[in-house]
Design a protein around this ligand. Structure first.
Ligand SMILES: [Ca+2]
Length: 172
């Protein structure tokens, strides 16, 4: 009985820790910025409490989950946003699409991950609705703030037929 109680307690602790971690999401990525903007990753605390992110990791390859370590002492408040640009990260993001991972301080527990495709210049991918939804092309870049609505479908189609990847066309 005592063993069962201990196991139950341990399980509940694990559930609480998991829930505490699960509220931090990768909320937006800018992968094909127009100057002077830079590539960036936005994290969002979608929970009700601050979370100490010191020692957590961000990466764009599952072959190396500890590519960039978030400095110790960085705490994200409930409902707050935190942005790391490419100069802070030490790596840039692919405009042709890839995946981004947020890993716990243990270096292997993936807290959140998103995958996305090619991005038109100056257009970011992000969760819509903000903090909870699927990752879509956003109407405007909102690094550091709540995500905008998605690009309306006809616009997405128009961008797509202009040419993937990068959606760019040279002007004469
Ligand atoms: Ca945002």
């Amino acid at each position: 009985m005592r063993c069962f109680t201990c196991c139950l307690f341990g399980f509940l602790v694990l559930m609480l820790v998991s829930r505490a971690s699960a509220v931090i999401v990768i909320n937006e990525v800018l992968t094909n910025p127009t100057l002077p903007a830079r590539d960036g990753i936005e994290l969002f605390d979608n929970g009700a409490t601050p979370v100490d992110l010191g020692g957590w990791y961000l990466t764009d390859t599952d072959a190396n989950l500890t590519l960039f370590q978030i400095p110790f002492g960085i705490v994200i408040d409930a409902g707050a946003y935190l942005v790391f640009d490419e100069s802070a990260l030490g790596f840039s993001l692919s405009a042709n699409g890839e995946s981004v991972f947020l890993t716990d301080a243990d270096g292997f527990t993936i807290v959140d991950q998103i995958s996305f495709g090619a991005a038109p210049p100056g257009v970011s991918y992000g969760r819509s609705p903000n903090g909870t939804g699927p990752v879509v092309l956003l109407e405007s870049v909102t690094l550091g703030g709540p995500n905008s609505p998605p690009i309306p479908e006809p616009s997405t189609f128009l961008l797509a037929i202009l040419g993937l990847p990068g959606f760019t066309r040279r002007r004469k």
